[in-house]
Design a protein around this ligand. Sequence first.
Ligand SMILES: Nc1ncnc2c1ncn2[C@@H]1O[C@H](COP(=O)(O)OP(=O)(O)O)[C@@H](O)[C@H]1O
Ligand SMILES: [Mg+2]
Ligand SMILES: [Zn+2]
Length: 365
Amino acid sequence: MYQALYRSFRPETFDTLLGQEHIEKILKNQLASGTTGHAYLFCGTRGTGKTTTARLLAKALNCTGEGEKPCGRCPSCKAIADGSFVDVMEIDAASNRGVDDIRELRETVNFPPIQGKCKVYIIDEAHMLTKEAANAFLKTLEEPPENVVFILATTEPEKLPATILSRCLRLDFRRVSEETMIRRFSEICREIGAQIDPDALGLIAGQADGSVRDGLSLLDRCVSAGNHVTREDVLTLLGMAGIETYLRITDEVLAGRTGEALTTLAEVLAEGKEVNQFARDWMEHFRDLMIVKFTAKPENVLNLSLENIERIKKQAQSVSIETIRRCIVLLSSALADAKWSPKPRLLIELALVQMSRSVQESGAR
Ligand SMILES: Nc1ncnc2c1ncn2[C@@H]1O[C@H](COP(=O)(O)OP(=O)(O)O)[C@@H](O)[C@H]1O
Ligand SMILES: [Mg+2]
Ligand SMILES: [Zn+2]
């Protein structure tokens, strides 16, 4: 059976956990000195490793292997990874949010561990607990039994009562940098025998916006569509107009070929691109043009392949800063108005016509 990449590549040890070194350090220290707490709160955006780290901690507390814990190989580590270890319980608070669910938990919490050394309760989406459930849970937190660790995970810590927050050690998960994701994703591609161009990976990592899970899901979709993935493949799969489109429509506007530019826009929208997103990306293209005009090494600023930077540089030679400024202003005000308009497309088209006219009227590009 095919297993999604984000499942088959869940870190089994701290080695492959990405971008959370600050948390890793704290937990490793506590584990080494035997000073782990009774309650943790893992906060952060989805897909940054909260559940993964909760399992790593649960494993480390129960690991029977040699060397650094968790080893990822002993029977306890393996059982926790596949969810068959009875002393590690994962509770999804989004679907077990009531006071009865928590009462059930409170009844079992005092029994000693059966299979391992330490019972671990991982409570996911903890902010979804009802007020009554949270209060019932608080009682348990106030008098934590021996050999029990609670790990609460949430994307919205501000929704948790202060009484619970104050009893947990809070650890904030960071968005993972594109560079870190790119490095790991190319390893994964090598492992699964998939070929992917570096600029395609860059695009995926950029789109993931710090969430490793989102990045892996995208990667999954791309590699299952073909055995050699290019940047264009990613763009097609994601329904994003590629740099070629923005270069072309910008050329058309700069040359005053308004009709052709409107047609290009229509084509892009017909492919399913959302009009506001198009306008935002087009603005981003004008930003790229501006950056290459001013920086000696634009590759340090722009997340684009060198080939694409060359293309942008070429276009930038034929456009003045003043024109770039005017285009950005027109697009951004159209975007702001489009938010409230029932006809956002019309506003973007109007902006395009004005951009084209203003270039012609100023006489210079
Ligand atoms: N920091 C990370 N390092 C490596 N892989 C990660 C990381 N965060 C998420 N992942 C990947 O995404 C999947 C889901 O991560 P998970 O820990 O459930 O995220 P969260 O609980 O923060 O939403 C994991 O199986 C793993 O493949
Ligand atoms: Mg999770
Ligand atoms: Zn182990």
